[in-house]
Design a protein around this ligand. Structure first.
Ligand SMILES: [Zn+2]
Length: 546
């Protein structure tokens, strides 16, 4: 029976990501789904007249970008924070002073993005007291795995004079035992506890604010890497902010939410269910719909490379006593991963250092042999410093490494310095991952670095640091492979490749339109390409088309 498409996209250079039909020039959409892909516009229209026709005048149409690891609410909130991506502590303190001058005394001053490898040192509480004497100051490191606070905050926490021991974290102190203001890993939770939980209305606004930026960048799906607790979550009822945004028509992109392991608790189900831990009602991975869905359990096994807290099997370069640490007891982390697997969750284990990656792979291995499950599709977030044997093992276990291309430019120099030249070949592998037959997703970890997908793709191809040094360049991939990662690969990592990630009949009508074809320009130009339109669910939601 003839049908009338809602929308016909014509004169496009369509990169479908569908190996069976890599290219086309027109796409027909009806009811939010793709109903035709081809070259014959009249045939695609099915003899009927499309309600809308969009002439793309030769622009490149791809499946919408999917960021497989971002912090959407964190990014939405960060818009109001001081930008601390500076090259010196003097500049950092000047920015804090300027904000203090414009902020009523007693209120919080929050900044983010400083990198001690660029400023020379972490901000110190005494200096912060001088530039913001009447305020509470909270400055987040670029990795978000540590922060610096001033004396008022330390006083609120009752740790002004002496540093307490913190499991899975550290309150840094000077030689005399006086806290310096630096709080690492789980110690940050105490600072967060002074301000969180945030009100749902604020979090709902953050979802909307972030989504507006995402549409301008061609993103149509994101995976949120941890809600509901811990130091990365904003509220125990965080999911409700996404539901509210959706009700208000302000959830602009599709969202898959990871639930932080801190929100898990013991459940009393029937013994035959194998559900020992989870969240209430038995909600788990897969619950939801194409707009809003529960994703994996997120568990932090270790910290950050630039911050030198990630768990390595050998010490950091020039730092003989320090090989980082795990965020909790190894046995406890493994049991949590195995129990979540048994209860039907996919698991996303944050593991940066090779010692943490071993822990995650061991746990996935044990989970699979004790509780066999078809295609559990677990993930390792970052997989930052991975030995060659770990790539092979991830492949054998079907575990997906979720790397961040943009880290090369923005924190690559710091990472190279942390691990030293012998371990440079371990960093953020892509080529060896693909060659091992593993699917590679694309992600940013925004707001840790700029989240624009085209910048991520640029770095996945070019692999250079801010100083111009090659960033483990043998792991570079082609623009085609990087585009596929940021679309189909991320859909696969969400176990959603049957509904999105390629331009195929029956899939969701989510597209980005690019000014030029990233696979046809010279690699150094990819970052300069523009997103000229974004379509989600068959609706044009962003357009810079003339
Ligand atoms: Zn993250």
């Amino acid at each position: 029976m003839p049908y009338a498409p809602d929308l016909l996209l014509v004169n496009a250079n369509v990169l479908t990501m569908d190996p069976a039909r890599p290219r086309a020039s027109a796409v027909a959409v009806a009811g939010g789904r793709i109903v035709g892909v081809g070259d014959d516009t009249a045939e695609l229209a099915g003899g009927a007249r499309a309600r809308d026709v969009l002439d793309l005048k030769g622009a490149t149409l791809i499946p919408g970008f999917h960021d497989a690891h971002n912090h959407m609410i964190g990014f939405g909130l960060s818009v109001t924070e001081i930008d601390l991506r500076v090259d010196s502590l003097d500049e950092l303190y000047a920015r804090v002073a300027a904000r203090a001058a414009a902020t009523p005394a007693g209120e919080w001053i929050v900044g983010a993005g400083y990198d001690q490898t660029k400023t020379g040192a972490h901000p110190h509480r005494d200096a912060l007291d001088r530039v913001a004497p009447g305020h509470r100051v909270w400055l987040k490191h670029t990795s978000s795995h540590m922060c610096a606070v001033n004396s008022l905050v330390l006083r609120d926490l009752g740790i002004d004079a002496a540093a307490p021991h913190v499991d899975g974290g550290r309150v840094a102190a000077d030689a005399a035992g006086r806290p310096t203001g630096l709080m690492e890993e789980r110690a940050q939770e105490r600072v967060g506890d002074l301000t969180r939980p945030y009100p749902l209305a604020l979090l709902t606004d953050a979802v909307a604010t972030a989504g507006e930026t995402y549409l301008r960048e061609g993103l149509t799906s994101v995976t949120e890497a941890g809600v509901g607790g811990g130091w990365v979550g904003q509220s125990p009822v965080e999911l409700a902010a996404y539901v509210a945004a959706r009700e208000q028509g302000r959830l602009h992109v599709r969202a898959e939410l990871m639930v932080i392991s801190d929100a898990f608790h013991a459940l009393t189900a029937h013994p035959s269910d194998g559900i020992e831990i989870g969240i209430d009602l038995g909600l788990r991975t897969g619950f939801g719909d194409d707009w809003l869905r529960l994703g994996p359990m997120k568990v932090f096994t270790d910290g950050s490379l630039v911050g030198r807290t990630a768990a390595m099997s050998a010490p950091y370069d020039g730092d003989p006593g320090n090989s980082g640490y795990l965020q909790a007891d190894a046995g406890h982390l493994a049991r949590t991963i195995i129990a979540a697997h048994q209860a039907g969750w996919r698991v996303a284990a944050h593991a940066i250092g090779d010692r943490a990656i071993d822990l995650a792979l061991d746990a996935f291995d044990a989970a699979a042999s004790r509780h066999p499950r078809r295609d559990p599709r677990h993930r390792i977030e970052h997989f930052a410093a991975a030995r060659p044997d770990q790539v092979a093992r991830a492949a054998a276990l079907g575990v997906i490494p979720v790397g961040q291309g943009r880290f090369a430019t923005e924190i690559g120099d710091g990472m190279l310095a942390s691990v030293g030249p012998d371990r440079h070949p371990w960093l953020y592998r892509q080529r060896s991952v693909l060659d091992a037959g593993v699917v590679l997703p694309g992600s940013s970890d925004r707001p840790v670095v700029t989240g624009t997908p085209l910048l991520g793709i640029h770095d996945m191809v070019n692999r250079r640091t801010a100083s111009g040094a090659p960033f483990n360049a043998v792991e570079a991939i082609t623009a085609e492979e990087a585009l596929r990662a940021y679309t189909w690969g991320s859909a696969y990592a969400s176990k959603a490749e049957h509904v999105k990630g390629s331009v195929e009949v029956g899939k969701l009508a989510d597209f980005a339109v690019l000014s030029e074809d990233p696979t046809a320009v010279s690699p150094d130009r990819i970052a300069g390409l523009e997103v000229i339109a974004t379509i989600v669910d068959g609706v044009l939601r962003y357009s810079a088309l003339g």
